[in-house]
Design a protein around this ligand. Structure first.
Ligand code: MRU
Length: 351
């Protein structure tokens, strides 16, 4: 359904749609080395929790290809180093660690294989993860679409769409599924400072999919909730703790507070691979802090005086008490979330 592909494996390379160049340019980055893939994740060429996970899985394949000629013991050591390098790219989205653990299981199960055979197994698993991710998003979308009625005005934050997954999307997947059921929706996209994933990416991809979208500054959300009025908020997630606390793009927590104040349902859409049942609550989720220049040099120019202090956490944690429902490929969970999330599964111990 998309005229673009967020990520793909071609020949011996991971090909990524360069999201730092959107919406102005549709260009792809070819990664043939682990380091190129790792930097692409760090620099947000590819971003969004599920997409980061799948990209990292292919990153392990790149590591295997680069090390094919090494002696078997060195080859396996290089694979562990590759996984460790990719694990250092971004700390918050648990899908990254989940995908690297999946690749680790392939390595552990492949003790009798030669380098080439193990490399082929790793590629097959990465391809599976990519295909599964899209199928999971479609199931998630079907579950979530029942929450949206024809004519709804929906507010979203950051980008949790085709660009943030191997295809289709989570929060935006719910919107696409509702659209496929001929429900007409109006979407409001927070621009999502500092890196503008909402205006650069969400608005662009919704336009590509023929969904009516209006961009607003983050600071306009309260007024739009009252004036539009907004019928529901839907966001994605980078990591969900066992109690249902949700880490997502900075600004999500504020939106949830505003939604509660305006009596608007606040929905979180995420695959089971985003659940981290090893963490009892959101306070334990590591929050990435990014370069100050993303704030002080925004919009391509200096936007704060030289030497000023800058705080730039990339994510925040929304307490489960503010979440109306969590939508996954398994269905819809309502508070208290713990029992449903533990039934759904997800990551249970750090690997
Ligand atoms: O820093 P980003 O752009 O990777 O942050 C992305 C988000 O916060 C998304 O909402 C989240 O990963 C869910 S993507 C389906």
């Amino acid at each position: 359904m998309s005229a673009f592909q967020t990520l793909a494996w071609r020949g011996q390379a991971l090909v990524l749609l360069d999201q730092t160049r959107l919406p102005g340019e549709l260009v792809y980055l070819e990664c043939r080395e682990v380091e190129t893939a790792a930097r692409a994740i760090e620099e947000l060429v590819v971003r969004g929790a599920p997409a980061i996970g799948v990209a990292a899985a292919y990153g392990v394949v790149l590591g295997a290809l680069q090390a094919l000629d090494l002696a078997p013991a060195l080859f396996r050591r290089r694979l562990q180093e590759t996984r460790a390098r990719l694990a250092r790219t971004r700390p918050t989205a648990v899908n990254l660690f989940w995908a690297l653990e999946q690749m680790g299981q392939v390595i552990a199960a492949g003790t009798g294989l030669d380098n080439r055979q193990l490399c082929d197994r790793l590629l097959a698993r990465a391809e599976e993860l990519r295909a599964e991710d899209e199928a999971i998003c479609r199931r998630l979308g079907q579950h979530g679409a029942v929450l949206l009625e024809d004519g709804f005005k929906v507010l979203t934050h950051c980008n949790a769409g085709s660009l943030a997954t191997a295809g289709y999307g989570t929060a935006l997947g719910v919107i696409y599924a509702a659209q496929e059921q001929h429900k007409r929706l109006k979407v409001f996209a927070d621009e999502t400072r500092p890196l503008l994933q909402g205006s650069r990416l969400t608005a662009w991809e919704l336009q590509q999919h023929g969904v009516e979208v209006t961009v607003i500054c983050d600071s306009m959300a309260a007024v739009v909730m009252r004036q539009a009025p907004i019928d529901c908020v839907i966001v994605g997630a980078d990591r969900i703790a066992a109690n249902g606390d949700v880490a997502n793009k900075i600004g999500t927590y504020g939106l949830a507070v505003l939604a509660r104040a305006h009596n608007i349902p606040f929905y979180v859409a995420a695959p089971v691979s985003t659940l981290d049942l090893s963490l009892a609550q959101g306070a334990q989720i590591p929050i990435e802090e990014r370069r100050p220049e993303e704030v002080s040099q925004g919009l391509g120019r200096t936007t704060a005086p030289a030497g000023v202090g800058v705080y730039n956490p990339a994510f925040d944690v929304t307490p489960c008490a503010l979440v109306t429902a969590i939508i996954s490929e398994q269905g819809i969970a309502r508070p208290p979330f713990a029992a449903a999330l533990s039934r759904w599964g997800g990551r249970s111990a750090p690997g």
